[in-house]
Design a protein around this ligand. Structure first.
Ligand code: SF4
Ligand code: SF4
Length: 456
């Protein structure tokens, strides 16, 4: 594909958006919040940091909910605004159109020159241009590969990899090479085929879009019947499309938008700019190709709120409320307390009953925490096996402990027990568990009697 170099108002706006997004993508792993990366997706150590908040595999439900919310948002957005995402924010389009193709135009020239270069014989000039282009492509791909690995293992480990060389960090080095080669393959070879063949979002368009969805569209009412510009002195007949073919020339996916909305259109707006440029030159109003819905062009109607939009919006609001509620109620620690299986209660001196428990506690914050356990309602004591718990930052601790409760304080052989988890004087969590003890005759026989009475 040899699309012409795009230029115009929308292209300039997209360029600004692209540079902002690219800057964010390249800088995010290096930005630290409270000593932690802004974004980290360490799948190997199962450590995730999003905007300075640490997430653990135990928060997987939040991840699933956030993903579903994002998908519903994209669906709703697509129903109303078509493939705005593809044209303005998709990394594939941004890298292809704003980075790799720009370099191609810079080295090989506009579409005509590129075509001529490819068809021409190999000589010194062609070899130099092709080698320079692919060397720059490989360098950018290598930078992208490093950034992807920085997102996965963190910049500190990436620095270590660079300082120590590949030997001690073979897995990370292989990941850098693999991501670099994939990036190079996609942008140097596969290109728009990713949007046309691979991207599932592109395939979904036929289901999501309807006649009211806003997309890059040709105003067939104004443009048809197409007719070339009239010769001097002759009156021109026909619509506003002067058949200059500029909209097709600039299209990176090689389609003719005048044939209607097509799955191949990534809403890059290049044809809008191209056509506006032509309209300006011939003195016709701009906007023959513009953001519009098919219905809007047919009958001039404005965007209407359809039942489908209301339905998706309702689902989106419900999901957002659920996500915000869960995030707000997310504890800084996660504690699980289990009675040690296979171990019965013990009767110890002083008429105390003892149970053995195992504790697993996860610290989701970036600060270490001293942890203490307290019985909420029962009198008694908690004795940690092996001393106090020092919960490391973003770490976990596992420890056994005994709970001793006076026999007189037990009301049943399977007592409900609430244990409070403190760090300093701050109550972090309350955990419910069971406490086993001897059968309490009076109470339990009353209970059994009551059950018999109920049965009668
Ligand atoms: S650029 Fe505009 S005038 Fe030229 S062919 Fe396309 S729609 Fe017609
Ligand atoms: S038809 Fe779609 S993909 Fe082609 S130039 Fe226009 S907006 Fe871009």
């Amino acid at each position: 594909m040899y699309p012409s170099k795009p230029k115009g108002q929308l292209h300039r706006a997209r360029l600004v958006v692209s540079w902002v997004l690219l800057a964010f993508m390249f800088l995010a792993p290096f930005i630290k919040v409270g000593g932690q990366p802004l974004l980290l997706f360490n799948l190997f150590e199962r450590k995730f940091v999003i905007f300075g908040l640490a997430f653990w595999p135990q928060d997987f439900h939040l991840f699933v909910l956030a993903t579903i919310t994002f998908v519903v948002f994209i669906v709703l957005f697509t129903v109303v605004f078509g493939r705005l995402w593809c044209g303005w924010a998709c990394p594939q389009t941004i890298f292809m159109e704003m980075v790799f193709r720009k370099i191609e135009y810079w080295i090989e020239g506009n579409s005509g020159k590129q075509r001529a270069l490819d068809r021409g014989p190999w000589n010194g000039k062609k070899t130099f241009k092709k080698l320079s282009k692919h060397a720059i492509f490989l360098a950018i791909s290598f930078a992208v590969g490093n950034i992807v690995v920085a997102y996965l293992v963190g910049v500190d480990k990436l620095y270590q990899l660079i300082a120590d060389g590949p030997g001690p960090h073979l897995a990370s080095f292989i990941a850098v090479v693999a991501f670099s080669l994939v990036t190079y393959g996609v942008f140097a070879r596969f290109r728009e085929q990713v949007c046309l063949i691979v991207c599932p979002y592109g395939r979904l368009q036929s289901v999501l879009l309807d006649a009211r969805s806003i997309a890059v569209a040709y105003d067939f009412k104004r443009g048809e019947p197409r007719a070339p510009m009239a010769l001097k002195g002759k009156e021109r007949e026909g619509g506003d499309c002067i058949m200059c073919n500029q909209c097709v020339e600039v299209c990176p996916t090689g389609i003719d938008i005048r044939n209607g909305t097509q799955l191949e259109c990534v809403n890059c707006t290049a044809c809008i700019d191209a056509c506006n440029g032509v309209m300006e030159k011939v003195g016709f109003p701009k906007g023959l190709i513009r953001y519009a819905s098919h219905k809007g062009i047919s009958d001039g109607s404005k965007l209407t709120i359809t039942p489908r939009i209301i339905g998706y919006s309702t689902v989106l609001v419900v999901l957002l409320v659920a996500l915000v509620t869960l995030m707000a109620g997310r504890a800084d620690i996660e504690t699980s307390i289990l009675r040690t299986p296979g171990v019965m209660y013990q009767e110890i001196e002083g008429d105390q009953i003892r149970n053995l428990y195992s504790l697993k506690i996860i610290n989701k914050t970036f600060a270490p925490m001293p942890i203490s356990l307290v019985l909420k309602e029962h009198p008694g004591t908690i004795a940690m096996v092996g001393g106090d718990i020092q919960l490391p930052e973003q770490g976990l601790a596992e420890q056994a402990f005994f709970v001793d409760i006076p026999r007189s304080a037990l009301k049943s052989a399977h007592e409900e027990l609430t244990i409070q988890v403190f760090t300093g004087t701050t109550l972090m969590e309350e955990v419910e568990t069971k406490f086993l003890g001897p059968r309490i005759e009076s109470h339990e026989s009353d209970h059994d009697q009551k059950k018999e009475d109920d049965h009668d």
